[in-house]
Ligand binder design. Sequence first.
Ligand SMILES: [Zn+2]
Ligand SMILES: [Zn+2]
Length: 359
Amino acid sequence: MSTLTRPRICGARIPLAKDLMVHAYAEGRGVGGMVRGSLLCEVAEHDDDRHWGIARELAEPHGGAVWATWLDGEAPRCLTRKDCPQPGTGSAEACALFAGHPGVCSHLLDQALRADPDRVERIDAALAILATFDRYEAHTVHTAAHDAALLAWDELRARRLWVSMPDCDQAAVHRLVSRTGSVGARDPHAVAEFAREAVEVTFLWQRSDTGRLPRGESATSQLKILDSLTPEWQAVVLGNQRSPKSWSPHASTPRTPLAEALDDACRQAADGQEPPLASDSWAAPWDHKEDRVRGARVAERLTRLPYGWRVDVMRRIGSGTESLAAVSDAMMAINILRAFGLRLAWNSGQQARSLLNSG
Ligand SMILES: [Zn+2]
Ligand SMILES: [Zn+2]
C-alpha cells in the first residue's frame, strides 16, 4: 500500500475529564499505568462518529489498555482491551491499536492526522480565552490550554509540517503540550507566557516565512559554541545565566547576555586561559562558587537531553530564563509527556558517560 492511498489517523481530540480519569483507573483496577492527559482518536479515519482513544495503558504483564470510546458531543466511556495481535510488516512496529479495532492496523496508517477545519477554529477560540484568561474560571482556562497546545500539535501533523520541523521546534511544541495540565488562572505570568508561545506555534502554518519558531538558529549555533568549551568554561557560562539575588549588591546589574558570555569564554579559552577561580564573596557580580557549582550541574543535565531539547534550552536561556530552571523544566517536561503517549529517549550515550564521571 503506498503512502498516498493509506488512510490517515482520525485525530479527533477531547480533553480527558476528571470523572473519566476515575473510570480509567477503575477499569483494570490494581494494574499500574498512567492516565493520559488527553484523548486522541487513534484509529483510521472513519465515516461513523464513534471514536477510540487510549485513556490509560496497562502495565506489563497485564498489557493492553483502557480505551475510551465516544460519539461526537457525548461523554466517553472506558473499556479494557487487549492489544491487536497483528505483528508489524518489515521494519514497521506491531499494531498499536486494540484487538478487534475498526479500520486498518496502525502500521498501515498514514501517520498524518485527518485534516479538520474545525481544529483551527477550536485553536482560535482557545487562544481568545487565554488572551483574556482572568475573565474565566480555572477549568475553562485549563480546557483552553489543552486545546491550544494539543490541537496546534495535531494541526502541524495534519498539514504534514511536523515531520520537517527542526528538532528544537518539535521540542518547543512538546514542551508546550507538557504544560497544559499546570496552566491555571492562578499564575498570570505562566498563562501569558504559555499563550504567547502557543500563538507563535500557530504562526508556523499561518504566516511563517521561515517555517521555524523564533531564535532556533541562534540557539543552535550557541549550543555548538558551548559544546566546544571545556566543562570548566561551560560551568562559568551557564552558572552566570541566572537572575541576580535580591540581597546582592549587584541585584540591579543585568546578567551578561548568553551570546556575549559565550564569546567571552571562547576568546579567553582560545588564549589558553583557565577560568578564574570562583570567589566566595560577592566581590564580583557573577563570580561566585555557588554559581559555578550550579553551572556545572546545568552542563551535566544538558548532556542528558535529546539534541532538540538542548537547543530549546539554549533558546530559553538566551531569552532570559535562568539556566537551571530551563534545563530542569526540560527534564520535567520529558517525564510529563509520557502522559501524552510520548516516550522520548534520554541521550543515553552521554548519560552513561556523565554517570561514569559523577560516579
Ligand atoms: Zn475517530
Ligand atoms: Zn491492528
